[in-house]
Write a new protein. Structure first.
Length: 261
């Protein structure tokens, strides 16, 4: 799912690079190209999304591509990662997550930006098959579509995401939402402090609501960006706990490496 640890590492490192480039810019600096295509690959000790493990506490691998039209602020992208939670939930398949997204970024006033768009979470071949009577998850699949709006001032941001479909397989959960805020604060050259808190509201199932937290750092080494983050969520409810008692949102340290090119 987008905006996870790997994506945060990319964006935090990118922000730091932009700030450094502005400070070092010379009058004869080359103009920014109108169209930019960027790629990224990554590996993480675990894939966490909104504080919840997506890879059963195991390493995850990812890759993505982004297109940006700088004059308009319009962007499109795709990102994919290995996962395990779909099959853990009873699906016949579903080893991958593919995020397809697009939107527009810009400035409202100087130093105050916005980002609006849509994000489709696609889980290829994830079919639950015969669903037991009374099951909470979807009778079809976990594919989800959200609209989002984000506002930022300097390193601080606030974002709202709203699902137009059932949310990740929860039955009759369309119109669920996630509200989060945070900051990516430069500490030194290429080093950024990442702070985040978010709250997930699941329509029709308040027992599945939760709040997640993150405190981490991202370091851009030039050839690769590395991140380490302490992540936790108050998911100590049956919906996020394996039969053996393991909580999918238990506090943990997630480390990752991301290469952008």
């Amino acid at each position: 799912m987008k905006k996870l640890i790997l994506a945060s590492a990319i964006m935090a490192a990118f922000s730091a690079n932009v700030a450094q480039a502005e400070e070092a810019a010379a009058p004869a600096a080359e103009p920014v190209p109108d169209n930019v295509v960027a790629y990224n690959v990554g590996i993480a000790s675990e894939y966490r999304y909104r504080g919840v493990s997506q890879s059963r506490f195991k390493p995850a691998y990812s890759a993505g591509v982004d297109y940006t039209n700088n004059p308009t602020g319009i962007y499109l992208g795709a990102w994919a990662s290995t996962i395990k939670w779909i099959q853990d939930g009873g699906a016949t398949d579903g080893k991958y997550e593919v995020d397809l997204y697009g939107g527009k970024r810009g400035e409202i006033v100087p130093d105050v930006g916005y980002d609006i768009g849509g994000l489709y979470y696609w889980y290829p071949k994830n079919t639950y098959g015969d669903v037991p009577a009374g099951a909470l998850y979807s009778t079809s699949n976990a594919n989800t579509f959200e609209l989002y709006a984000k506002i930022n001032k300097g390193p601080y941001y606030l974002k709202y995401s709203h699902s137009l479909t059932d949310l990740f397989g929860w039955k009759d959960s369309h119109n669920s939402y996630y509200l989060d805020g945070g900051a990516d604060l430069p500490l030194a050259e290429g080093l950024v402090l990442n702070l985040h808190v978010g709250h997930q509201k699941v329509t029709g199932l308040s027992a599945a609501d939760f709040t997640d937290y993150k405190v981490g750092v991202t370091k851009d080494f030039g050839f690769v960006a590395a991140s380490a983050a302490y992540i936790a969520a108050d998911t100590d409810k049956a919906y996020y706990v394996y039969p053996n008692g393991t909580n999918l949102g238990k506090a943990t340290l997630v480390v990752s490496l991301t290469k952008a090119f």
